[in-house]
Design a protein around this ligand. Sequence first.
Ligand code: ADP
Length: 260
Amino acid sequence: MQIKIEQANLGYGKRVILHDVSLTAETGRILCLLGKNGAGKTTLFKSLLGILPVIAGKVRLNGSDVSKLSRMDFARSVAYVPQARMLPFPFPVREVVLFGRTPHLSPFSVPGKDDKRIVDECLEMLHIAHLGNRTFTRLSGGEQQMVIIARALAQQPAFIIMDEPTSSLDFGNQTQVISIVNELKNQSLGIIMATHSPDQVFMCDADVAIVHDGKLRKLGYCNEVITEELLHEVYNVDVTISDVIRNTGQSRRICVPNIR
Ligand code: ADP
């Protein structure tokens, strides 16, 4: 499956934030968005999600204009993982994850056995089954983030859009979220993820879109797009990019800021 932005101007009312955006995300791949604060990443997400109408151009899900799809049809294919700290859910974790089943329920029906089984499977997959009866708002930021990802998985979508899923997480939870993102890709989901870390893009071996100066400055495979020159231009920092050999014997690129 594909979700596509075609030659679109994105923004608010008449105010264009991103000009002439064309971008395609596919299932079985990870697409990261990099760009400094205020560059337009959230604007792009809101447009992809159909929350913000495009000023010009189209957003298509498998060829269908998303502005013409019902919210339920859209939600059966695309799930959104906002930053967890935004969500005031004073409910048990299992119920929060069960909300993810809503697009699959017919009007006036209640979740059944299969829905509850899917919820349990999603909690297991993320290694958080032990949190099932805890109240969401009493969990740590990292635990909440995992629950929100579980809710998105329970939706059984083809795509998950994630807005900085590791912000506010400790090092261990950041690494776990990135491992899960890679696992989901291997299970043929498509992931579109905003991040502030070039290293995370390398860890996901992802495609990357650089949002800069009112447009998509570059788009392509991370090792080809993310260069020392580009990071200097976008973030005004000096970095060294090198390849390290991991304990698996494979190499991975890393990005080290040159602190004075
Ligand atoms: P990012 O997610 O990359 O930090 P945003 O997409 O949130 O960036 O913001 C991009 C630009 O859009 C900013 O200049 C911001 O002020 C503007 N913007 C965000 N929300 C609105 C809105 N509701 N109305 C008008 N301008 C907005």
